[in-house]
Design a protein around this ligand. Structure first.
Ligand code: FES
Length: 157
């Protein structure tokens, strides 16, 4: 991160601290605003939040890892999700997910180098009866086989 970027992050977090206050209950709303603006909470931002609220950075990190909507790494412009439960695995979701992994050349929890696609597992994507299913951003694709899933992925690549 460049110095001017760091300064911008510091200023933003300083503004948020003034807006929400320095008490511990401000931690979550501050992190949510950082997530909203930058799409993730960088190591530097975590340190700045800790410094502003006078808490340990580990406390900041533990809140980020607890909440599914907070991220400590940049995410892709497209989020591809698969359900990881046994229900969907039995329906063939694992084979589809593995094929997509190979197609993208990344693992789950990772983002393609060009920042286009992040691959994630979810506990349920609401398609239990139509598995194998894949969620691309807000859009659901169901009843997939590996080839169909890879074709969809190639279209957004
Ligand atoms: S259990 Fe897999 S989508 Fe609901």
């Amino acid at each position: 991160m460049f110095v001017h970027e760091k300064n911008a992050v510091s200023d933003f977090i300083g503004d948020l601290t003034r807006k929400y206050g320095r008490q511990r209950s401000s931690l979550l709303p501050i992190l949510q605003e950082i997530q909203h603006k930058y799409n993730y909470v960088s190591d530097f931002a975590q340190q700045e939040v800790a410094r502003n609220l006078d808490i340990h950075p580990v406390e900041v990190y533990s809140v980020i890892s607890f909440y599914a909507f907070l991220y400590d790494k940049p995410r892709g412009r497209n989020i591809v999700r698969f359900c990881k439960t046994i229900v969907c695995e039995l329906a063939g979701a694992r084979a589809v997910a593995e094929a997509v992994k190979r197609e993208l050349g990344i693992g789950f929890g990772e983002t393609t180098k060009d920042g286009k696609i992040t691959l994630e597992y979810a506990n349920c994507i609401g398609m239990c009866d139509k598995s194998p299913a894949m969620l691309v951003n807000e859009r659901v694709y169901s009843g997939l086989d590996p080839e169909q899933a890879c074709k969809i992925i190639r279209e957004i690549k």
